[in-house]
Ligand binder design. Structure first.
Ligand code: SAH
Length: 346
């Protein structure tokens, strides 16, 4: 009976070196293969041309490379590209390339489906199937970097963890992926160009702060009033705003990294002066800025984007209080690549 082959990219460099030594080969061979696996992002052992045929066969007999596969690519009229990414076990996640004049941003997934239940989000309608492995996250970034070079003639410049899933519910794998993305042995990207977006898991925010990570943090706040937030993001009952706030204060004290609050203003939910005032108070706990996101309707209209007047009230009140606010218009709507719409329809 054939035993299941191991995913070679689950091994550290050290483990790979040890493996070669145990095979009577040189530890250095481990470095060469590691470079093929990460820096050169090889899809097969066959591609490793500076490794002997026998060694490649031996690797083939012992391991697999569970590389992702871009199954389908859709291009929006505004240049946005959405990838349906097939995983080795047949599950599918989505990733998005968002071009602007000066940047290319990759929006990547961290889980298949999501265990949180945000009532306005399309991914929440899918069951959480599993966490993505570090290499599956890394591969999404590599695929988008290749697309950026091919279609826009420049490398990828930024990464946001705003695709499917809650990154802090897959903490270890996401951090390992970021490690590989930033390492000179991987893509060598600056951590300052990476933003992890979370619904806000206080314990994990503290853990990241303790590890003094260098990437940026965005928190999907949407309301600074517990009652309202719980009604649209039910897990807020378990992690109330007070816990979140304390974790964020801790984050800032450790990292000195300003926090971005992502915020959608909905009709009849948070389009009141009281809601803005609560947000202003929340923003004063730790240095932060607010990103007002345009809502992308996902259903029968239970949630609707607030009026321009309400948006203006938010902008004016925040600015009057010295809080930086930006308005993010949606991209890739015509291909369902917009924020919160990543729930593949296959
Ligand atoms: N779980 C993480 C990352 C994925 S969601 C998080 O919650 O941050 C990425 C962003 O899209 C979050 O700010 C989320 O609140 C927002 N979002 C979800 N559904 C949306 C929708 N239909 N329209 C606009 N933004 C949405």
């Amino acid at each position: 009976m054939e035993t299941k082959k191991k995913d070679i990219r689950a091994l550290t460099k050290e483990q790979l070196r040890d493996f070669f030594v145990s095979q009577g080969d040189k530890a250095f061979r481990g470095n060469q293969v590691y470079e093929w696996l990460w820096q050169k992002s090889a899809h097969s052992f066959e591609a490793m041309t500076n490794i002997s045929k026998e060694t490649r066969q031996m690797l083939e007999d012992n391991f697999v490379i569970n590389h992702i596969w871009v199954d389908q690519m859709q291009r929006s009229s505004d240049g946005t590209i959405k990838n349906a990414v097939r995983l080795h076990d047949g599950l599918v996640v989505e990733s998005v390339l968002i071009p602007t004049e000066t940047r290319t941003t990759a929006c990547v997934s961290s889980q298949v489906g999501c265990s949180l239940d945000c009532r306005f989000c399309a991914t929440a309608r899918l069951k959480r199937m599993r966490n993505l492995n570090p290499d599956e996250i890394y591969d999404q970034v590599v695929a988008i970097d290749n697309e950026s070079r091919l279609y826009f003639d420049r490398p990828l410049s930024n990464i946001v963890f705003m695709g499917m899933g809650e990154p802090l519910m897959n903490y270890n794998n996401v951090l390992q992926a970021i490690e590989k993305i930033t390492s000179p042995e991987g893509l060598g990207m600056s951590p300052k160009r990476i933003t992890l977006s979370t619904s806000g898991v206080p314990k994990m925010i503290r853990k990241m702060a303790d590890e003094e990570v260098k990437f940026k943090l965005a928190v999907s706040l949407h309301s600074a009033i517990d009652e309202v937030r719980t009604s649209i993001m039910p897990f807020n009952a378990t992690f109330p705003l007070k816990d979140l706030r304390e974790a964020l204060e801790y984050w800032y004290s450790k990292t000195k990294n300003r926090i971005t609050y992502e915020y959608v203003v909905w009709q009849g939910i948070n389009d009141t002066q009281e809601a803005v005032d609560a947000l202003v108070r929340f923003c004063k706990f730790a240095p932060s800025k607010v990103n007002l996101i345009e809502y992308n309707p996902i259903d029968d209209g239970e949630f609707q984007q607030a009026s321009e007047t309400a948006l203006k009230m938010y902008q004016d009140t925040l600015e009057k209080n010295g809080i930086t606010v930006t308005v993010r218009r949606s991209r890739g709507k015509d291909i369902d690549a917009a924020c919160g719409q990543l729930a593949n329809k296959q």
